[in-house]
Ligand binder design. Structure first.
Ligand SMILES: C[S@@+](CC[C@H](N)C(=O)[O-])C[C@H]1O[C@@H](n2cnc3c(N)ncnc32)[C@H](O)[C@@H]1O
Length: 247
């Protein structure tokens, strides 16, 4: 794994994850996450297990990617709005949901002023917040668009994992790090925040965390990907927060 000594947080506007706009990458990503270990047999089941009943609920999927979770939510009867800043991801989401879900091409680093106050019952965001520079502002926007008692469910890289694999800096600082995504032949940049910082960001945005999950992969992972199963069962990879809007 690549270790990045440089902390480039002062120059955050040209991150490598603009690669999500590349149509070849987006298609490859979309195909992989449907069946792979980390998304299909670890992240997604954990995310689904944290969801409340979504039927007839207004749900915002922030950073929808190719729309895999979006379409599951749609199938479960939710009224979903899906946001991503990648044209290609939005196109794939529209394709997957047969154009029946509201999609918005927007950058989560900016105010979501195209969404109304108290519009949603649930906000979900899978594996996206580590790309966001100003998470305080985004969480404040999530709070604004949620109804009182609405729920925010977020998954992200586990900070201990990112620290041990990719950082040789100070755990207690927010860092911009790089990971070598060799399966895609790219280096992906992302932010790592200490756990206490993540907790405080929820709190400052008037969310109360009701569940924190460091999940295990599902049984099928052991059958299909025994080596990865061993890794994911013995070290945290992703972390999940479920939080409620208190005010
Ligand atoms: C790792 S993918 C996760 C996609 C999807 N949630 C899933 O779990 O399959 C991260 C997604 O976040 C999107 N993204 C990253 N930064 C973003 C930003 N600033 N605004 C909107 N979307 C962003 C990317 O385009 C990509 O689709």
């Amino acid at each position: 794994m690549h270790k990045n000594k440089e902390n480039r947080i002062s120059n955050p506007d040209n991150l490598s994850h603009n690669v999500y706009n590349d149509s070849d990458f987006a298609r490859l990503y979309a195909n992989r996450i449907e069946y792979n270990s980390h998304n299909a047999l670890y992240e997604r089941p954990a995310m689904l297990s944290l969801l409340p009943e979504v039927r007839d609920k207004k749900v915002l999927d922030a950073g929808c990617g190719p729309g895999v979770l979006t379409s599951i939510l749609q199938d479960k009867g939710a009224d979903v709005t899906a946001i991503d800043y990648s044209d290609e991801m939005i196109r794939l989401t529209k394709e997957r949901t047969e154009g029946k879900v509201k999609t918005i091409n927007a950058n989560l680093n900016f105010p979501l002023d195209f969404l109304m106050d108290n519009e949603f019952d649930i906000v979900v965001s899978s594996l996206t917040i580590h790309y966001i520079r100003d998470l305080r502002s985004l969480f404040s926007e999530f709070n604004r668009v949620l109804k009182i008692n609405g729920e925010l469910i977020v998954s992200t890289h586990h900070p201990f994992l990112d620290y041990s694999l990719h950082s040789d800096g100070n755990y207690f600082e927010t860092e911009l790090l790089k990971d070598d995504w060799s399966a895609y032949n790219i280096e992906m940049e992302f932010y790592r925040r200490p756990l206490s910082e993540l907790f405080n960001l929820f709190k400052e945005a008037d969310f109360r965390i009701t569940e924190l999950s460091e999940p295990q992969p599902v049984k099928e992972c052991e059958i299909n990907y025994p080596d990865t199963f061993k890794t994911l069962s013995s070290q945290p990879w992703f972390i999940f927060f479920k939080a409620i809007k208190e005010r």
